[in-house]
Design a protein around this ligand. Structure first.
Ligand SMILES: [Zn+2]
Length: 228
């Protein structure tokens, strides 16, 4: 009993009992009248209840459908997303919250695999957003002083030459700040400062002699008074 054509004008839904127009029913080629036994509305409700009761099976069925009908599935998804922007945003929020570790790891792996690309992307972005980037860096450093110190420590340990050169360049460009930073550090680390001074003087005896000579020449009276 196969019906290629719909043989009735209206039909009584076997589920809700209402008599509805043919357009309210889905097609079913193996039925005598060419229509499904229940109306679209009842079919949707049955589907909703089935999904609620069998979420795993429903997901699997969806997965199989998408695999078999990729184009249709994409189009259906696109239409649904366009009609439900709020739900899309909420879904993304929930997904990110539930998979933040996984997502961070994925980003990390991608960056590691595309370090050149990533570096270039960063460089271009920073060049185009200099002020924004500086402000963001400043806020991050203010909020994470411990992390920044640790990261700097690791960097200096891994790149002693570069760190020394960067420090030299910075001191040359910021002599006042460098002196102040040095003063603060010595006040906080008197023992280390004394030891560092001792090591430096031992390694730079010529400079020490020269500095001493310059100081004595400039402060002749003071030196004489001190020496009695
Ligand atoms: Zn119905």
């Amino acid at each position: 009993m196969t019906a290629d054509e719909i043989t009735v004008a209206s039909k009584r839904c076997a589920k809700c009992g209402e008599t509805k127009a043919v357009s309210a029913f889905g097609r079913h080629s193996r039925a005598k009248d060419g229509l499904l036994y229940q109306c679209k509305e009842c079919a949707r409700e049955r589907d909703r209840l089935y999904r609620a009761a069998n979420p795993e099976k429903a997901r699997e069925r969806d997965r199989l459908y998408r695999a078999a009908n990729p184009e249709k599935a994409r189009e259906r998804g696109r239409v649904w997303q366009a009609a439900n922007p709020e739900k899309v945003r909420e879904g993304q929020r929930v997904y990110y919250a539930a998979n933040s570790e996984k997502l961070r790891e994925r980003v990390r792996v991608y960056k590691a695999a595309n370090s050149d690309k990533e570096r270039e992307r960063n460089r271009v972005y920073r060049a185009a957003n200099l002020e924004k980037v500086r402000e963001r860096d400043r806020l991050y450093r203010a909020a994470n002083p411990e992390k920044v110190r640790e990261r700097n420590r690791l960097y200096r340990a891994a790149n002693p030459e570069k760190a020394r050169e960067a420090s030299r360049v910075w001191r040359a460009a910021n002599p006042e700040k460098a002196r102040e930073a040095s003063r603060v550090w010595r006040a906080a680390n008197p023992e280390k400062a004394r030891e560092a001074g001792r090591v430096w003087r031992a390694a730079n005896s010529e400079k020490v002699r020269e500095a001493s000579r310059v100081y004595r020449a400039a402060n002749l009276k003071k030196v004489r008074a001190r020496c009695g």
